[in-house]
Design a protein around this ligand. Structure first.
Ligand code: FMN
Length: 331
């Protein structure tokens, strides 16, 4: 008769010895989202780290779990604080994930925080946020598993940041793949194809702007709204959403406009014809000026080592490409 190993030491003795790299790679084949888990440490110090070990556990009572490496210097803080918050990151928050996995820096520097129970720091503008009361802790080999009971949560419609095979990614819905004639055709798209090169250049250059915005504590959505209103002050919310769809290929959520109103950057004004329009406040005008400066500096970054004649040629070719795409677009 075999007996169940009961202690950590028994488990270690009973475990087969695997190649660590291979095991890590096998674990990494499971695609996950990315979270930042925060709590408050001794003396009220803000603590947080990137974690992808998060999982939902139970709906009733509502519970989640995540696991922390025993090597973490913050183990005692998570064990003792009594509360933690889990923030699910959106696709444009990769730099935040990298920041919260880096050592020797102030991970919270420059971030605008909310406060939860026990004064725990709560990040803003994530895809979802769960405020938890620590319910259980379990030994899990070289990790400790924390189970929390959710005391509050929020959720917004964004695209998630994905982690797979040690790399960040984004979700590509299967229906987009299905819209391509055949899978073969899709996989034959090579780095020599114009479509591939244009998309690649777009994503890389856009990333430069997104990172610069994030380093100034702006999101791409906030930038979109403020730059639209900066150009055309006095639009109503559905018009702002429609304009953002034209510019970005996807609309922004009306809640972003609401947030900017709460922050005092926009205000609602009666247009006199029964419509309520959104206008910039004096603070909003300053924000638009800051965003213009960020955009100009990103433009310089993107142009990088291209000389002015190459930039002119590229602009001309991109305009031609857009015309030709418009000409073949289904009406
Ligand atoms: C995508 C990603 C997921 C991670 N998941 C975890 C995790 O679930 N648990 C953990 O302890 N560390 C995880 N880490 C590593 C920690 O974020 C990293 O070691 C951090 O420096 C730990 O901070 P601390 O030592 O201040 O606790 C992850 C890192 C990345 C980039």
């Amino acid at each position: 008769m075999t007996t169940q190993p009961s202690t950590q030491a028994d488990l270690a003795k009973a475990s087969p010895v695997f190649d660590g790299r291979a095991l890590r790679d096998a674990f990494g084949s499971f695609a996950t989202g990315v979270t930042i888990v925060t709590t408050s440490g001794p003396g009220g110090v803000d603590i947080g780290l990137t974690a992808n070990s998060f999982s939902s556990v139970s709906l009733d009572p509502p519970m989640v779990l995540w696991s922390l490496a025993r090597t973490s210097l913050n183990m005692d803080a998570f064990r003792d604080s009594g509360h933690f918050a889990v923030h699910i990151l959106s696709a444009d928050q990769e730099t935040l994930s990298t920041r919260f996995a880096s050592k020797g820096i102030d991970r919270f520097e420059g971030l605008t925080l909310d406060r939860g129970p026990g004064n725990i720091p709560m990040l803003q503008d994530c895809m979802a946020r769960f405020t938890c009361k620590l319910a259980y802790q379990y030994e899990g080999g070289d990790h400790v598993i924390f189970v929390g009971e959710i005391v509050d949560f929020g959720h917004s419609a964004r695209k998630p940041l994905v982690f797979h095979g040690g790399r960040y990614g984004m979700l590509l819905p299967k229906q987009i793949l299905a819209s391509v004639n055949s899978p073969d055709e899709f996989s034959n798209l090579s780095s020599d194809d114009l479509l591939y090169q244009v998309s690649n250049a777009y994503f890389r250059t856009r990333q430069t702007v997104v990172e610069k915005l994030e380093s100034h504590r702006w999101t791409a959505e906030e930038y979109a709204v403020l730059s639209i209103i900066g150009r055309e002050d006095g639009l109503c919310v559905p018009q702002i959403v429609a304009r953002s769809e034209q510019v970005r290929g996807k609309g922004i959520s009306a809640s972003i406009v609401q947030k900017l109103i709460v922050r005092g950057l926009l205000h609602e004004a009666d247009a006199g014809d029964g419509h309520v329009t959104v206008r910039l406040t004096p603070e909003g005008r300053l924000a638009v000026l800051e965003l213009i400066a960020i955009r100009k500096s990103s433009e310089a970054d993107v142009q990088g080592s291209l000389d002015p004649s190459e930039v002119q040629l590229l602009k001309h070719l991109l305009a031609r490409l857009e015309q030709s795409a418009n000409a073949v677009a289904p009406t």
